[in-house]
Design a protein. Structure first.
Lengths: 136, 136
């Protein structure tokens, strides 16, 4: 079975250098714009400043043949299975990013903090569920 | 740009009927097994009972040409853009499911609660970050 993803937009970010990118948003990622294709405009109609969303990206510079990684890239640590890490390197390098919406301008959505390189493809956008914030 | 996803496993669930499936896990979804392909075994090595994980699935029975939906399928409600809903119908129907691991048996991982149909393809698995649970 083949699954083909459609790119619905791109990240516009001041982060252009892989080595300078923070590993997680809470480690100092800058704000960014999510720039969506015109053809998905109707899907964006109800996004408002203040919304908490999950952005799904395709980490196109990641390796897909890696199953064990050093946690946080630290080679002094024992390699771990990728599925218990957030390493971008994994069979399907889908990035998950929780963001808060700052502004909406047509097909452009400004978010507070995003740890993705400029030009990274966006594949989906969802609201954060209350149960995901307060479940424990 | 074409992105091709690799199916890394399948959901084994008592839910076989789309109409009977709960809309979210906190609305009474049963436990399930995540059955991974042998070739990703190394990536699973550090999963332990009690781990909080996010399962990414491909909702293969969803429609991909839908940009507005009635929230929660309720036709008395005003249609909303799909990106502010968790509807499975969207350009890239990737399902996000927060689960707790109950047991691990080789390439089979038992989870407490999962709102996905039997046979649903799995495309990724990640740990839940502390910042995603406690951020507000």
């Amino acid at each position: 079975m083949t699954i083909e993803l459609t790119v619905i937009g791109r990240v516009e970010s001041p982060i252009t250098d892989l080595d300078a990118a923070p590993r997680q948003a809470d480690e100092g990622a800058p704000g960014a714009w999510l720039v969506f294709d015109e053809r998905v405009r109707d899907g964006l109609a109800d996004i408002r400043p203040g919304d908490a969303l999950v952005v799904l990206t395709w980490l196109d510079r990641a390796r897909r043949d890696v199953l064990r990684v050093h946690p946080r890239g630290d080679t002094t640590r024992t390699p771990e299975g990728v599925f218990t890490t957030r390493s971008p390197h994994r069979p399907n390098p889908i990035g998950l990013h929780q963001v808060d919406v700052v502004a909406v301008d047509g097909c452009r959505v400004q978010v507070n903090s995003l740890e993705a390189l400029n030009g990274t493809p966006i594949v989906d956008l969802k609201p954060v569920l209350a149960s995901e914030i307060a479940r424990r």
